[in-house]
Design a protein around this ligand. Structure first.
Ligand SMILES: Cc1cc2nc3c(=O)[nH]c(=O)nc-3n(C[C@H](O)[C@H](O)[C@H](O)COP(=O)(O)OP(=O)(O)OC[C@H]3O[C@@H](n4cnc5c(N)ncnc54)[C@H](O)[C@@H]3O)c2cc1C
Length: 298
């Protein structure tokens, strides 16, 4: 069986590819599943040993959002990521960051490129999201113009450096597709928060790819019990609001049929305040939850 230190050494510096030229890799880790347990037992005393084993305790802590024991473990990773993704990533303030300096060094000579089959249309029902893929014909044109633009931006940057412009000024027209690199250190609690937001279907696909890689390739092997609980209670869990619960209650009390209920039954049972509204995001979210639960037909 692989020991903990062998596992860490196997993982350390292994570059897990993301997008066309990005990666994430583990630099350091402090703690494991047992660090969470150790911290929790200080709070709860020896008594907890009798009623719960380590796995049960971790699952309880995560389920009930007892978060501080998860702050006792930390990971440090090195990431190579396009600037547009990094701009979202860096909003997570509870991490420690050191980023490659394009004032000090010449910018990384790589831009994230999009293949013809990867262009997504604007989502119709979500102003922030993507819809279906565009046609291959359209994609080919978009990829060709992307290349032309990125080559032009690279040439402009190189020409400025050649002309003696300072690196800090020459970089100003580099596109957001330019890759950057950074060390990112975060405790396990805030990492799980980051993963829950950025692995979610509402997050942009590119940052979801990074978050999923960190989760699956780094957190899962290093913290298997925490990961299992996170998947069960956060990623696979569902939050029902008071309003949602009322709709479910109305549906089950008023409907003559058994689930899955019809759209008409759903609308008849909807929350009173929603009835007047033509478009209602909260109603849409509630509908989706009921579909996921198998209570409503798609
Ligand atoms: C799908 C999606 C869409 C988004 N869209 C936008 C957008 O359109 N525009 C935009 O500007 N941002 C947007 N964001 C960014 C979002 O608003 C958050 O800034 C980002 O997700 C970081 O989350 P956070 O603050 O919880 O994380 P962290 O900064 O890591 O903080 C973790 C937690 O620590 C606590 N905390 C940290 N700092 C403070 C503080 N100073 N005061 C009090 N509590 C603190 C909070 O409880 C916080 O939840 C989006 C994020 C997602 C996931």
């Amino acid at each position: 069986m692989t020991s903990r230190s062998e596992l860490v050494e196997e993982l350390r510096w292994e570059k897990f590819s993301v997008l066309d030229d990005g990666f994430v890799c583990l630099v350091d880790v402090m703690g494991d599943d047992s660090s969470v347990v150790q911290a929790a037992r200080v709070s709860y005393g020896e008594g907890t040993k009798k009623v719960s084993d380590d796995r049960t305790l971790i699952r309880y802590l995560l389920r009930h959002r007892h978060t501080t024991p998860f702050e006792m473990a930390e990971i440090k990773i090195l990431v190579r990521v396009p600037m547009d993704c990094w701009r979202q990533w860096i909003r997570h303030r509870t991490a420690n960051v050191n980023e490659y300096s394009t004032r000090y060094s010449i910018a990384i000579d790589a831009s994230q490129t999009t293949t013809p089959d990867q262009w997504r249309s604007q989502a119709e029902n979500n102003r922030q999201g993507s819809g279906d893929l565009l046609s291959l014909d359209e994609g080919e044109k978009l990829t060709a113009s992307e290349k032309e633009f990125q080559d032009g931006a690279k040439k402009l940057y190189a020409d400025r450096l050649e002309a003696g412009v300072a690196r800090e000024q020459a970089r100003k027209d580099l596109p957001l597709s330019t890759y950057t690199e950074a060390y990112w250190k975060v405790d396990l609690h805030n990492l799980l928060h980051f993963l829950s937001l950025r692995m979610d279907s509402h997050a942009q696909q590119e940052i979801r790819d990074y978050a999923t890689t960190i989760g699956e390739k780094i957190v899962k092997p290093l913290f298997p019990i925490v990961w299992e609980s996170f998947v069960d209670y956060r990623m696979g869990g569902m939050f029902l609001t008071r309003l949602d619960k009322e709709v479910i209650k109305n549906l089950s009390q008023s409907s003559q049929s058994s689930p899955p209920f019809s759209e008409e039954e759903f609308l008849n049972s909807q929350y009173t305040d929603w009835k007047e509204l033509k478009r209602c995001r909260e109603r849409d979210e509630c509908r989706q939850k009921l579909v996921n639960l198998g209570l409503l037909s798609e």
